[in-house]
Structure formats: structure tokens, C-alpha cells
Design a protein around this ligand. Structure first.
Ligand code: PFF
Ligand code: NA
Length: 459
């Protein structure tokens, strides 16, 4: 039986490796690709403010809950939730939260890998100088009518990215996850800061980009936008699908959960804001609209690189950065299910990862086909193809729902004494603050946003 399986004994080498791995998971396409384009779609400032509020009020308390559950149980998420529920005299059905997480991870990775594939393609194309001198219309055509219609190319890059992901995860937490993030995260920070210096000094539109992100105009804010902001807070922090819980299972006992989690959340938020400060000034400097949607990076930003002297290198470096960020996240999308299959079926890590990657690969093909061959209405549900549907269902529904249940679990189901001991916060005031967040504020916030969005939709 899974409950009697030996607990995880391997742990991250130090608290800092956990921070690197968790920020590697958090910082990804969500920050560099998704945050700028959904901010653009939702009109800027006010959306950003709601997103920041969600990070502080909902994200941080729930991330602490995930880490503490993972570390206390030292099992994969499905086993962890089931076992802790039994220990607390609650229903084993709580294991279902782990199940939903595994499913969400597979769904997210299938479209995530496709976008990471675009980014790999752009890294190569930019360095090769293929965009040099193109007008923005031409860049738009190269993306929308070129890459997105080219099933072979999309498939090749999606496959390359899945193979890279599978190799890292199959190598295990020390050789694979730990070593790769130690290399990738510092590289990412250096590249991003270089881009920031460029945007601040060379575009001449830094102020406009800054104002776009931080001018709060609430008249544009619908409940739907609030739902997107909240959903994105979960997505960007890798919350609600037990990825951070799976990483928490390897966290050394003496490391402080509160401080660690706050560090990760702050790093993730900084990277998103810096990405915005890099991208919007470049977009404005080229007279383009910030509301371009998923193509913002691949069209607006790329047209700027196409026109810029030396843009082929700046751009190549930029997309290399995006690819690295994507890889350090994709490994955490598979980790919960990989840990579960390994533990539950007593399977080797390589076998488990191969199996899961194949499943994700197939779903990924469905996602990329929904951009071209299956783009017709007959292949859509609620007006969305597979790609958009997976994105919408995971970010706006499954992650907030999973996060809400995790908060309720840590706040109401687990014994107060167990949680108090595991968190080991410096003062009781902090503990009570955290506990009132996960018991009341965070679940209520998610609930209210769900209900109000539905209400607004049907009234
Ligand atoms: N946090 C990642 C990003 O912002 O790109 C995406 C992600 C990774 C979501 C892992 C969920 C997850 F479990
Ligand atoms: Na993120």
C-alpha cells in the first residue's frame, strides 16, 4: 500500500537549493510571456495591482501551506494529502487534491511545452539573423502565418523541449533538478538585468512603459479581469497543483518555511515586473499596441529586435532566457506525477518520466494542432480550442480551486499543533496571522472571485 511506502529520504542540499528550485519553478513563461500579454489584454495598471494583492494575500499563505504539507508528509502529493487526512481523522478523499494537481500539471505542460518550443525556435532564428530588417507586418506574418501554421516545425520544437524536460527530471533531484537550476537561475538573472539596462537606457520610452504598468485605472476592471489576475497569481507562483508541495517533500527539516516562501514570491514578482519593464518600453518605442495577446513577445517585441542594430543578438539572448526560464519550470510540472508513479508503482524514475512525458507529448500535439488544423469552431468548446481551453481551465479554475482546498486543509483539517511545529515561525502573532489567512481570507477570496465572475457573466 502506498501509505506504508518508505518516505522520501533525499533532500535538497541546502535551504538555498530549495529556493533556487522553487524560484526556478515559479519563474517561467508565466512571468515573461504570459504576464505582459494578459496585462496588456486587461488594460495595465489596475490589473497589476489586483495581481500583486493576490500574491500577498492568497499566494504567500497558500505557498507556505503547500511546503509544510509536503515536508511534513515527505511523500508525493497524492499520498501526502491522503495520509495526512487520515492522520487527522479526515476523509481520504483529500487525496483527490493531489489527483487534480497531477492532471493540471499534465494539462499545463502540454501547452507550456508548445510555447517553449516557439521560444527555442526564435532563439535559433534570431541568432541566425533571419528576422533582420523585417517590418513589423512581416514579423507578424512570420509568426501567425508562418510558425503557427507549420505543424512539422511546431512538433519538432515541442518534442525537443519535452525531451530536454524529461532528461532533467529523469536524472533525479540532485543530478537533474538541483544541478540544472544552479546553472539556469543565475544565468537568467544576469540576462534579464542586461535586458532591463537596455530598455531603460536605449528605448526612450521607459517612462511610458513604467506608467502603463503602475497607473491604476479601475474603470477598466471587470470581475473577469480580477479572475485572470487571481488565476495568474496561482499560475505564476506554481500554486494549486501541488508542484511546490512535491518540492517541499525534499526540503531540509531545519529550513524556515516562511522566509523561504517569501523569498521565492518576491523573486517571482520582481521578474514579472522587470519583464514588463523590458517589454512595454520596447513595444511603445516601436509604436505598437500592448494588447496584442499571446503574440506580444513573438511579434511586437521581435519586430523591435528586427529593426534594431545588433537586435539579432539582443533578441537571441532574450529568447534563450525565455527558454531557460521555461525549462526550470517545466521540470516542476512533471515532478508531482513522476514522484507519484515512482512511489506508487515502485517504478524507476526513468520509466516513470518517459511514460508521463509521452502522455504530455500527445496532449501537446493536440494543443499545437488547435492553432492550425483544428482551429475551426467544430473543434472548440466554449469558443476555445484545446490550447486556450487548457490554459483557461488550469489557470482560472483548477489552480485556484486546488489552492483553496489546500488552504482549507492546512487551516482546518491538519492539527494546529502539527502545523505550528512544522512552520516554526518566530512569533505566535505571525502564526496566527498566517492561520487566519488560510482559514478565512484566502479561501474566501477565491470563492468570492469565482462567484462574482459567474454572476457577472450571467446577469
Ligand atoms: N510558474 C510557472 C510560470 O510562471 O511560468 C508555471 C507553472 C509551473 C505553473 C509549475 C504551475 C506549476 F506547477
Ligand atoms: Na511565475
Amino acid at each position: 500500500m502506498a501509505e506504508n511506502a518508505p518516505t522520501v529520504t533525499e533532500t535538497w542540499a541546502t535551504r538555498w537549493t530549495f529556493i533556487l528550485a522553487a524560484s526556478g519553478s515559479a519563474i517561467g513563461l508565466g512571468n515573461i510571456w504570459k504576464f505582459p500579454f494578459i496585462t496588456g489584454e486587461n488594460g495595465g495598471g489596475a490589473f497589476v495591482l489586483v495581481y500583486l494583492l493576490c500574491i500577498a494575500m492568497v499566494g504567500i499563505p497558500i505557498m507556505m501551506s503547500e511546503v509544510l504539507i509536503g515536508r511534513h508528509a515527505r511523500h508525493n502529493p497524492i499520498t501526502a494529502m491522503g495520509q495526512l487526512a487520515r492522520e487527522s481523522g479526515a476523509s481520504r478523499l483529500w487525496g483527490g487534491v493531489g489527483w487534480m494537481g497531477v492532471l493540471a500539471g499534465i494539462m499545463i505542460l502540454s501547452f507550456y511545452s508548445v510555447v517553449a518550443g516557439w521560444s527555442l525556435d526564435y532563439t535559433v532564428e534570431l541568432f541566425a539573423g533571419n528576422f533582420n530588417g523585417m517590418s513589423s507586418d512581416e514579423v507578424g506574418v512570420a509568426f501567425g502565418e508562418g510558425l503557427l501554421q507549420d505543424v512539422t516545425k511546431l512538433t519538432i520544437w515541442h518534442t525537443v523541449f519535452m525531451v530536454l524536460t524529461a532528461i532533467v527530471v529523469a536524472l533525479g533531484i540532485h543530478k537533474g533538478l538541483e544541478n540544472s537550476v544552479k546553472l539556469m537561475m543565475p544565468a537568467l538573472f544576469v540576462l534579464l538585468l542586461a535586458m532591463l539596462v537596455y530598455s531603460a537606457t536605449q528605448t526612450g520610452h521607459f517612462g511610458q512603459g513604467f506608467n502603463y504598468l503602475f497607473d491604476f485605472d479601475f474603470s477598466k476592471l471587470s470581475w473577469n479581469a480580477v479572475l485572470s489576475a487571481m488565476g495568474h497569481a496561482f499560475f505564476t507562483l506554481s500554486l494549486g497543483m501541488c508542484a511546490i508541495m512535491a518540492y517541499g517533500a525534499y526540503m531540509p527539516k531545519q529550513a524556515s518555511i516562511g522566509g523561504t516562501v517569501i523569498t521565492v514570491a518576491v523573486l517571482d514578482t520582481l521578474v514579472a515586473l522587470i519583464a514588463g519593464l523590458v517589454i512595454f518600453p520596447i513595444v511603445f518605442a516601436n509604436g505598437m499596441e500592448p494588447s496584442a495577446g499571446p503574440g506580444l513577445l513573438f511579434v511586437s517585441l521581435t519586430s523591435a529586435f528586427a529593426q534594431l542594430p545588433g537586435g539579432q543578438f539582443v533578441g537571441g539572448v532574450f529568447f534563450l532566457l525565455v527558454s531557460i526560464a521555461a525549462l526550470s519550470s517545466s521540470i516542476s510540472l512533471i515532478e508531482p506525477s513522476a514522484a507519484w508513479v515512482t512511489e506508487r508503482f515502485n517504478m524507476g524514475r526513468v520509466g516513470a518520466v518517459t511514460l508521463l512525458s509521452l502522455i504530455v507529448w500527445v496532449f501537446g500535439i493536440a494543443c499545437l494542432l488547435s492553432l492550425n488544423v483544428w482551429s475551426g469552431a467544430e473543434y472548440q468548446l466554449f469558443g476555445m480550442g484545446v490550447f486556450d481551453l487548457f490554459d483557461f481551465l488550469t489557470a482560472n479554475i483548477m489552480l485556484p480551486l486546488g489552492g483553496m482546498l489546500i488552504a482549507i486543509f492546512a487551516g482546518w483539517v491538519m492539527k494546529r499543533s502539527v502545523v505550528l511545529n512544522e512552520l516554526a515561525l518566530k512569533s505566535l502573532v505571525r502564526f496566527n496571522l498566517w492561520r487566519s489567512m488560510v482559514r478565512v481570507i484566502s479561501p474566501l477570496a477565491v470563492f468570492v472571485v469565482f462567484v462574482m465572475t459567474l454572476y457577472q457573466k450571467f446577469s
